[in-house]
Design a protein around this ligand. Structure first.
Ligand code: WTA
Length: 635
C-alpha cells in the first residue's frame, strides 16, 4: 500500500524530511510497488542540461503494478465505471480482472500488428473504456502511446502523428458528445492522408455509422480482438523508458511532445492520487477530465489504477441532456471524490440551482479542481452547494510537464483558503524568483514560480528536441525548472497561482499558445498579420481576443471575414481554439524594433484603455487610439 499522510502534523513532519532527503523519501514510496529489479541509484540529475533520471537500473512494467499487483485482492473490484453520453444507454463496469483481460488481448493485437517496444502508437478516440485499454496495452508491450484529444482538428492530429513518428493509429468510427456526433474516423482519415508514417489503423465501432475502411490499412477493433489470446507476458522496461508522449502548447512554435518516463511517473502519479484525494478502499472516484489532456492521463487512468481505485469515466458533457448531469452521475454511482475544472463549475453555477434540486450528493467526501485559477465565487459555490460545507476542496496546481500535482491541499488535512493551491506536495521545492532571477525568500512575496529540485513525475524531454526542453524550462533561471506561472506566497506561506506570465492562455482549462492561434489566423488568405491575447472571461477563465490586419478587406464584410477566420482556426487547431472576439485593425502597436506590444493589446482587450504605462517606444502611437476606438464596438 502506498503510504498515506493522515494529519497536518504528519504532513509538516514528512514534508521537512522529504525535502531534506528527497531520494530517501521517494525510495520509500517506491518500495510499495512491484519491481522486477530494484534501482541501483534513486536519482541522477543536472538541471542545467535538463537531465533527470529516477530509479536508474530498475526493471518493471507499469501494467504489472496495475494488474498483477492488485489481482489477488481486487480482481472483482470495479476498476473502471463508464457512464455513457446518453443516460438511457447502460453504463459499463470493468473489474480489474476484466480490464486486465481486455488489456492483454489488445496487447496481443498490437504485437500481431507489428508493434514493438519503443514504437509510437497514436490514439485519437472518444471517452470510452477502449481508450484506457489502448493505453494500457501499449504500456504492456512497451510501446509509447501518444493520445490526442478528440477535439483537435485533422491538421493538428497529423502534425502530432508526424512529430511522434507514429506507426499505428487507434481510433473509432465516431464519438458522441452531448447532442453531437463527432466524425472521428473522417478526421483521422484526413490526418493519416497527410502523413506517411502511419501504416495501420485500428478502428473501434462506437457510433455504428458507416465509415470507409481502407483495405490493408484499416482494421476493425472487434474483428482483431475476436481470436486474440488472453495470455500476455508484460515486456520488461527500464525505469527511464518513455511511457507516453503528450503534446502541449507553449509560448512559441508548434506544440511540444512532452515525454514521461515509466518508473518516476508511476510512483508520482500514484502517490499524489492517493494522498491528495485521500482515496480509501471502496471509494468511487470521478475525474471529469478528458483523457486527451494530462489530467486524464494521471488522475483518471494511471494514478487511480495504480492505487487500486475505482475510477469513473464519463463520455459526455456536463450540460447534456441537462445541466444536472454531473450531479446525477454522482448520485447514481455514489461518487466519493469528484475532480473537475473551474470552468465547469462556473458554467453550471451560471445555469442555476434548479439542476441540483433532486440530486443526493451526500456520498461526496472530497472535491477537487484543476487546470486554471478558481475564483472565490466559484470556490464558495462548489463548497456550499456541491460539498454542502463538509467536503474539503483540493485546488491542485500542476502542469503537463510536471506529470502530477505539485501544490495542493491534502484533502481534509491541509486547512484550505479559497483560490489558494496552499502548500507543496512532498519533495516539491517551490521557489519564487523576480524577473532577474533573484530568489525571493520569506512570506508575502510575489514573482515567477520555479521548482528547485527534481521530482519523479517530471517530464524528461521534448520528443526529438532535447535542446528545446532545456531552453524552455531550464535556461530562463539556470539551475531551476521554470513553470511559466506567476505566483504569490502569502503571509502564511500559502501559494496562490496568479496565471501564466508567458504567451500561453488558458481557455476553459485548455492550454493554448497565442502564437499557435496567430499562425492559424495568418493562414487566411486575406490576413497580413495578427496578434492574439487572452482577456478575463466570466465562464471560460480567459477568452481569446484576436487583432487582425486585413488590408484588402472592405468594410461591411466584417461578419464574413470573422466567420472565415473562425473556420480557419477550427480547421488548423480545433473548434475550442476559436477566438471569442475578432477586431479588424489597420496595424498593430509595435516598438521601433518591430516587436508587438502585447501589454497594450491585453489592456484594450480587458477594457482598461487608460492604463497603458510607458508607450514612448511605440513606432506609431496613433494606431493605439484607433484600436481603442474600434474595440468599443467589439465589446
Ligand atoms: C494552469 C493542467 C491555477 C497553470 C494540469 C499551469 C492552474 C497550466 C492550476 C498547466 C490551478 C493548472 N490553479 N492555475 N490549480 N492548475 N493551472 O499543462 O497556468 O494543461 O501552468 O496542465 O494550467 O496546464 P496543463
Amino acid at each position: 500500500m502506498i503510504p498515506k499522510i493522515s494529519t497536518l502534523g504528519g504532513y509538516i513532519f514528512e514534508y521537512q524530511k522529504s525535502v531534506t532527503n528527497p531520494t530517501g523519501f521517494w525510495s520509500n514510496i517506491a518500495d510499495s510497488f512491484y519491481w522486477r529489479k530494484k534501482w541501483d541509484q534513486a536519482l541522477e540529475w543536472d538541471f542545467t542540461k535538463g537531465h533527470v533520471k529516477w530509479y536508474e537500473g530498475a526493471k518493471l512494467n507499469i501494467t504489472e503494478n496495475i494488474f498483477e499487483r492488485h489481482m489477488f485482492f481486487r480482481g472483482q473490484q470495479p476498476a473502471i465505471i463508464w457512464e455513457p453520453n446518453d443516460p438511457s444507454e447502460a453504463h459499463r463496469t470493468l473489474t480489474y480482472e476484466a480490464l486486465f483481460l481486455e488489456t492483454k488481448k489488445f496487447a496481443n493485437v498490437l504485437l500481431a500488428s507489428g508493434i514493438k517496444k519503443g514504437d509510437r502508437v497514436a490514439i485519437y478516440m472518444p471517452m470510452v473504456p477502449e481508450l484506457v485499454i489502448s493505453m494500457l496495452a501499449c504500456a504492456r508491450i512497451g510501446a509509447i502511446h501518444s493520445v490526442t484529444f478528440a477535439g483537435f482538428s485533422a491538421q493538428s492530429l497529423s502534425e502530432r502523428l508526424q512529430d511522434a513518428g507514429a506507426k499505428l493509429l487507434i481510433t473509432s468510427d465516431g464519438g458522441f458528445r452531448g447532442s453531437k456526433t463527432i466524425p472521428i474516423k473522417q478526421i483521422a482519415d484526413e490526418a493519416m492522408g497527410s502523413c506517411k508514417c502511419v501504416s495501420k489503423a485500428i478502428v473501434l465501432r462506437r457510433t455504428g455509422e458507416n465509415v470507409p475502411m481502407l483495405a490493408g490499412r484499416d482494421f476493425w477493433w472487434h474483428e482483431l480482438m475476436e481470436n486474440s489470446s488472453v495470455e500476455n507476458a508484460a515486456e520488461t522496461m527500464d525505469a527511464e523508458d518513455p511511457l507516453f508522449i503528450l503534446y502541449t502548447s507553449g509560448s512559441t512554435g508548434k506544440p511540444k511532445g512532452l515525454v514521461h518516463s515509466t518508473a518516476g511517473y508511476m510512483v508520482y502519479s500514484a502517490y499524489t492520487f492517493r494522498n491528495i484525494f485521500q482515496y480509501g478502499d471502496g471509494d468511487i472516484y470521478f475525474c471529469s477530465a478528458d483523457i486527451g489532456w494530462i489530467t486524464g492521463h494521471s488522475y483518471l487512468v494511471y494514478g487511480p489504477l495504480l492505487a487500486g481505485a475505482t475510477s469513473l469515466m464519463f463520455e459526455g458533457v456536463p450540460t447534456w441532456p441537462d445541466a444536472g448531469r454531473f450531479w446525477e452521475i454522482i448520485d447514481k454511482h455514489q461518487v466519493n471524490q469528484f475532480y473537475t475544472a473551474p470552468t465547469a463549475i462556473r458554467s453550471l453555477m451560471a445555469l442555476g440551482m434548479e439542476w441540483l434540486e433532486s440530486k443526493n450528493l451526500s456520498s461526496l467526501k472530497v472535491l477537487g479542481t484543476v487546470g486554471e485559477p478558481i475564483n472565490e465565487a466559484a470556490w464558495h459555490w462548489y463548497h456550499d452547494h456541491i460539498g454542502k460545507n463538509r467536503c474539503p476542496i483540493v485546488d491542485t496546481w500542476w502542469q503537463t510537464e510536471t506529470g502530477g500535482i505539485m501544490i495542493s491541499p491534502y484533502a481534509g488535512i491541509t486547512p484550505t483558503k479559497p483560490s489558494y493551491a496552499t502548500l507543496p506536495v512532498m519533495g516539491i521545492q517551490p521557489m519564487i524568483v523576480d524577473p532577474e532571477g533573484k530568489q525571493l525568500m520569506g512570506n508575502s512575496v510575489e514573482g515567477n514560480l520555479c521548482i528547485g529540485y527534481p521530482w519523479p513525475g517530471m517530464a524528461r524531454t521534448i520528443w526529438g528536441d532535447h535542446d528545446r526542453f532545456v531552453k524552455t524550462y531550464f535556461s530562463t533561471y539556470p539551475g531551476l525548472y521554470f513553470t511559466g506561472d506567476g505566483v504569490k506566497r502569502d503571509e502564511d506561506g500559502y501559494y496562490r497561482i496568479l496565471g501564466r506570465v508567458d504567451d500561453v492562455i488558458n481557455v476553459s482549462g485548455h492550454r493554448l499558445g497565442t502564437a499557435e492561434i496567430e499562425n492559424a489566423i495568418n493562414e487566411h488568405p486575406l490576413v497580413d498579420e495578427s496578434a492574439v491575447v487572452g482577456f478575463p472571461h466570466p465562464i471560460k477563465g480567459q477568452g481569446i481576443y484576436a487583432y487582425v490586419v486585413c488590408p484588402q478587406f472592405s468594410t461591411g464584410g466584417e461578419e464574413g471575414i470573422r466567420n472565415s477566420i473562425m473556420l480557419a482556426v477550427s480547421h488548423m487547431i480545433g473548434p475550442f481554439a476559436r477566438p471569442d472576439k475578432i477586431q479588424i485593425v489597420s496595424g498593430l502597436p509595435k516598438t521601433r524594433s518591430g516587436k508587438i506590444m502585447r501589454r497594450i493589446l491585453m489592456k484594450i482587450a480587458e477594457g482598461k484603455t487608460s492604463e497603458f504605462g510607458d508607450t514612448s517606444t511605440l513606432l506609431d502611437p496613433e494606431i493605439v487610439n484607433e484600436i481603442v476606438k474600434g474595440s468599443e464596438s467589439i465589446r
